[in-house]
Design a protein around this ligand. Structure first.
Ligand code: HEM
Length: 155
């Protein structure tokens, strides 16, 4: 296997991990929006608690880790393939991408805290809050994907 074909394979695995992560980041707040409208302790609330726990633990956590592992590998391969070495990390498109990664990771952890609050029956955020913030990960994804596909500001 050549360096280039290894890169293409890792890139494919990275994109698959990102798809699964994004699916969870977009779906979990929808569950929160319905959960916020249900009576704490009711059968409906219990069902949402189980759905949220499974989505977060079985899909979102592993998918985020896989996106990081394959993304980290891409950084390593890129540093050896590109003429400017590690310098590409400081170019505008890659800094934008990394800022987006930090935002999505922070949002993921924030959703994890919110999930635990729902489970404990201590959620204070409204249905409206979860509907309003639901689009944030997708807005970040638009910026990040366009940053990597256009490589704006690259030397
Ligand atoms: C989790 C941490 C992440 C790291 C460390 C990371 C890093 C990278 C790196 C180094 C590349 C190769 C860039 C290149 O030279 O073309 C890449 C490609 C890509 N990343 Fe990520 N990424 C992460 C998360 C994400 C997320 C959350 C998204 C989408 C929302 C995303 C979307 C993409 C896409 C679409 C490509 C392919 C670009 C192309 O082939 O032109 N990545 N990523």
């Amino acid at each position: 296997m050549t360096f280039d074909s290894a890169y293409d394979l890792v890139r494919g695995l990275h994109i698959l991990a990102v798809i699964a992560w994004m699916a969870g980041l977009l779906y979990l707040p929808r569950l929160f929006a319905y959960h916020a409208n249900s009576e704490p302790g009711s059968d409906k609330a219990e069902t949402f608690t189980v759905m949220e726990a499974k989505l977060y633990r079985i899909i979102m956590n592993p998918a985020m880790m896989a996106a990081w592992v394959f993304g980290g590998l891409l950084i390593w391969i890129d540093a050896h393939r590109r003429s400017q070495g590690w310098g590409f990390l400081g170019e505008p498109w890659m800094s934008t991408k990394l800022a987006g990664v930090l935002f999505l990771t922070g949002w993921h952890l924030y959703l994890g805290r919110a999930r635990r609050a729902f489970t404990a029956g201590t959620n204070t955020k409204s249905n409206k809050f979860w509907r309003m913030t639901n689009e944030l990960p997708f807005l970040a994804a638009i910026v990040m994907v366009i940053a990597v596909t256009t490589e704006f500001g690259a030397r």
